[in-house]
Design a protein around this ligand. Structure first.
Ligand SMILES: [Zn+2]
Length: 452
């Protein structure tokens, strides 16, 4: 039984073990590029094999290693996949107050690159496997563990590689991943956004052509000016609003815990797609919340790179912009282009770059119910809500396998600016947060996979 198994775990001792593995993993330099995720994979293999959990290291090269392990259930339920990535992004060490690969503890925080993105989840999921095994939990669903390489530069050498070459290792009904699960405060109320959907990428290049000429004799058939005009139209015309189930659940969930006036203002956003922007503008909430909401209700496009000309006295014959396009669940780059065309006009060339699929798992599911129940016990007074991630994670590689991915890396609220440290300086995770998160994650997985 779920409760019986939980009670045999010494959470004090498990908490110490969590910190030990966390710090050990953080000290392994897995900056990507080049990655060298084999360092983390070998550490994890040793830990898992010591507990009698079989695992396999796979990948396109020995260095770009992804580790997969499995605890078998009785086959009466479909597997659940615990996914994470072991690579981290680059650092500017001189901007840090602590060595980014020493994993020092200062004032209750562990400082290191990867503390929140995402060796905390690598560790919490590792501990979940180990504790399930030690407690001898009778599983109905297999519990699969994947610590993947290469997420930070697209995942094609990691989760993407496994999904393509060894789908047998990870095929599952559900997955838990990064992208949500951490406690947030909105207008003084506490929430746990759980990622149920994420946008896909539909990035593209725009090219305009014109007549070359001498810079001393300007003319209007100038590729640079044409490109500038197109880009300005993207600033001046917002793309239409499209609600998704996750967005509705997100807004409704936030409203459910707010005072009446704020709740009413939030519900006004959902009243009508055509008036949603005006309702968002009028929300009595902070600007960063509104910025995020505007991006969640529509496909978006942001110009990020410009290229034109090579000499200051030569009018170039072409100009090019790269744009970061992000599409909602249910959309394809082709449909997105239909929506963009009236804004871009016909006099531009468009070339899509390797797109990635958006995805959405039903915010109403047995797994989400278990997450809500466990959070209610461990964070009473906080509200679990679905959310749609505007960025992309390794979840995109799971979409072709039909796996329903939830972003749930449980963590406590450590202050308003903590998220700025991800990919920034002084990334850190509090000791209390990862210890609490390990217990919450364990209980979710144990309850869900044992069907108790
Ligand atoms: Zn990440």
């Amino acid at each position: 039984m779920a409760q019986a198994a939980t009670s045999v775990i010494d959470w004090q001792a498990a908490g110490d073990e969590v910190i030990e593995h966390f710090r050990a993993l953080l000290r392994l330099d897995t900056r990507n590029p080049p990655g060298n995720e084999i360092r983390a994979a070998e550490y994890l293999r040793e830990m898992l094999e010591r507990e009698g959990i079989a695992c396999e290291i796979v990948g396109p090269t020995p260095e770009r290693a992804t580790l997969v392990a499995r605890l078998s259930g009785d086959g009466s339920g479909q597997p659940i996949l615990l996914m994470s990535h072991t690579d981290v992004v680059a650092v500017e060490p001189d901007k840090w107050t602590h060595d980014p690969f020493a994993a020092e503890i200062d004032d209750g925080f562990v400082y290191a690159r990867g503390a929140l993105d995402m060796k905390h989840m690598v560790t919490m999921e590792l501990m979940t496997m180990v504790l399930l095994k030690r407690a001898g939990v009778q599983l109905k669903r297999d519990v699969i563990y994947m610590a993947a390489a290469d997420e930070e530069v697209g995942g094609h050498q990691g989760a993407g590689w496994v999904a393509t070459h060894r789908p047998d290792l990870i095929q599952a009904e559900y997955a838990l991943n990064e992208g949500g699960g951490s406690e947030h405060e909105i207008n003084g109320r506490r929430y746990f956004p759980v990622q149920t959907a994420e946008k896909g990428t539909a990035r593209f290049r725009l090219r305009t052509r014109g007549r070359p000429g001498h810079g001393s004799q300007p003319h209007d058939d100038n590729a640079v000016l044409k490109l500038a005009a197109v880009l300005l139209r993207l600033r001046d015309q917002r793309l239409p609003v499209h609600f998704t189930a996750s967005l509705r659940g997100f807004v409704e969930g936030i409203a459910s815990a707010q005072p009446d006036d704020v709740a009413q203002a939030l519900r006004a956003v959902l009243a009508d797609e055509a008036n949603a922007d005006a309702a968002i503008d009028a929300l009595p909430l902070d600007d960063s919340f509104k910025l995020g909401l505007r991006a969640r209700v529509r496909n978006t496009v942001a110009p990020t790179i410009l290229k034109a000309g090579s000499q200051i006295n030569v009018i170039p014959s072409e100009a090019e912009a790269s744009l970061d396009g992000r599409i909602l669940p249910g959309w394809t780059p082709e449909r997105f282009l239909e929506e963009l065309r009236p804004i871009l006009g016909d006099n531009v060339e468009i070339e899509f770059l390797e797109p990635s699929e958006p995805l959405e798992a039903d915010p109403a599911s047995p797994l989400f119910d278990v997450i809500k129940a466990v959070l209610q016990e461990h964070a009473p007074g906080a509200t679990a809500i679905p959310t749609l991630l505007t960025g992309a994670t390794d979840a995109k590689h799971m979409a072709p396998l039909g796996i329903k991915v939830y972003g749930f890396a449980p963590g406590l609220y450590d202050g308003p600016a903590e998220w700025n440290r991800i990919h920034g300086h002084d990334e850190r995770c509090s000791v209390r947060s990862i210890q609490w998160g390990t217990r919450v994650l364990y209980e979710v997985v144990e309850r869900f996979a044992s069907g108790g």
